[in-house]
Design a protein around this ligand. Sequence first.
Ligand SMILES: NC(=O)c1ccc[n+]([C@@H]2O[C@H](COP(=O)([O-])OP(=O)(O)OC[C@H]3O[C@@H](n4cnc5c(N)ncnc54)[C@H](OP(=O)(O)O)[C@@H]3O)[C@@H](O)[C@H]2O)c1
Length: 296
Amino acid sequence: MGGEPLKPVVAIIGTGLMGSGVARRLSSQGYEVILWNRTRERAEALSRSIGAKVASTPHEAVEPAEVAIAFLSDDDALIQVASALRRADGLVFVNASTTTPKANLHVASYLDRLGVCFLEGPVVGGPDAASRGELVSIISGKEACFRRAFSVVKAYSRKVMYLGGEIGKAAALKLAFNSVLISTQVLLAEAMRLADFYGVDHESFKSLLEETVFREVSRKYYDRLLSREWPVGFKLRMAAKDLEYARRAAFEAGYSPATISAAGTVYSMASALLGDEDYSRVYQFLKRLEKGGQEG
Ligand SMILES: NC(=O)c1ccc[n+]([C@@H]2O[C@H](COP(=O)([O-])OP(=O)(O)OC[C@H]3O[C@@H](n4cnc5c(N)ncnc54)[C@H](OP(=O)(O)O)[C@@H]3O)[C@@H](O)[C@H]2O)c1
């Protein structure tokens, strides 16, 4: 008799930093959530705090669900999870991971044969924004599927951008955005080192940035770059992966972006040394590099 429509059951595939944030948000909004994670104990720890069910396989998680949201590390993880699915007619599978247009196209056509509708849904914003429902979601894929998943995506997003039916566009836009975001950290960290070498104190550099269009960048990132204790929100190895994917996607389109590639090289080295630390540790990494890798 009237009232609110029933909320769809949602499977969260991958309960790392981002998947956990979105699971918390959906659960707080009254969604029934089923969790699956490669390392089961992590999903179990989350389930104890939000009261969700934990599935043993990706297929078991999506079977009762109408919408699945995947937050997986990379292309390989996405392909492995998709390969573990069986027929699931009517399921909408939103890939919120940052993956390449090529992998998304591959997985979309594979899932189509299983009756599953694939949407690209990469996000801008970190784990805190996810748990507050303040991500920006970028969606590509069939409009009918977008409509079916919209209420779920909206529940964790302050803005939802729909780019149309073509798979690959949302992934490309997300890689373009992250190229700006992550390369900015390298650029600022290197500029900070330049200032350091000439004895310019950080307050002077920050006050100069304050007077310019770079004010917001400085306010958001300067102290995070300086810090050795910033809680991990976005891992160095994810940043390295994203720049490598941006370079690869550009290369496949016949274009070679020199600055993105250079920033990617710095992040790959930082990731090899400090992979699971926050991506802002790139400034500390540059200092270590100057000392031949020693802490100091
Ligand atoms: N953190 C951010 O601020 C942020 C923002 C926007 C987008 N993203 C993107 O969101 C995705 C997840 O990022 P995150 O920060 O949540 O990373 P994370 O904490 O490292 O989580 C990665 C997840 O992927 C799973 N995984 C890795 N390899 C797998 C495989 N071969 N098969 C199945 N599962 C596998 C991990 O499972 P285990 O627990 O078993 O290792 C874990 O659940 C990435 O694509 C990232 O680029 C992150």
